[in-house]
Write a protein that binds this ligand. Structure first.
Ligand SMILES: [Zn+2]
Length: 170
């Protein structure tokens, strides 16, 4: 299948099928999922620990229309929804390529080919959307969330009093 990609002009995979809309979504096998989860014990993007992980397509599925183990990393719910249908930054993509060195992949997979696929996706699919990287302000937003919870807890009795007073007035 990879050689088929290579045959396509400009590395845009499965053009004909995309146009006709006849590509069903494919999934990793249970064994492949276990391989991924054994290799990573946290979110590939932000390192957060989660109870379960999404099997994220690094190069978006809607561009490559394949689910291949070399293109899958575990992602927490935050990263998965934030990344959505985008490429990650080149820096993250380099980490994926390094990770793939540890996977036993078919002979027709090469780092260069995968990099070309990334670049092609960036040119023909990503548009002007910025590549994804996990927010460096994650801890800051967590502090804000805690602050909001604490202040609303302190304000709660007063607002309850207001509700009670309004009820008495009726
Ligand atoms: Zn994450």
């Amino acid at each position: 299948m990879i050689t088929r990609y290579l045959e396509k002009i400009n590395f845009v995979p499965r053009v004909a099928e995309k146009v006709s809309g006849s590509i069903p979504r494919t999934y990793l096998t249970t064994e492949e999922k276990q391989i991924i989860l054994r290799m990573h014990d946290s979110c590939f993007y932000c390192n957060a620990n989660a109870l379960s992980y999404y099997m994220d397509h690094v190069v978006p599925f809607n561009f490559i229309y394949q689910t291949e183990i070399f293109n899958i990393v575990p992602a927490c719910i935050n990263c998965n929804s934030k990344k959505s249908d985008r490429l990650p930054t080149q820096e993250i993509f380099d980490r994926v390529k390094d990770r793939n060195n540890k996977l036993r992949l078919r002979n027709d997979y090469t780092k260069d080919w995968y990099q070309k696929l990334y670049e092609s996706c960036l040119t023909f699919y990503q548009g002007n959307r910025l590549p994804f990287s996990p927010s460096p302000y994650r801890s800051l937003s967590l502090i804000c969330l805690i602050f909001n919870r604490v202040t609303s807890w302190f304000l709660a009795p007063r607002s309850q009093k207001r509700v009670r007073a309004a009820l008495l007035r009726i």
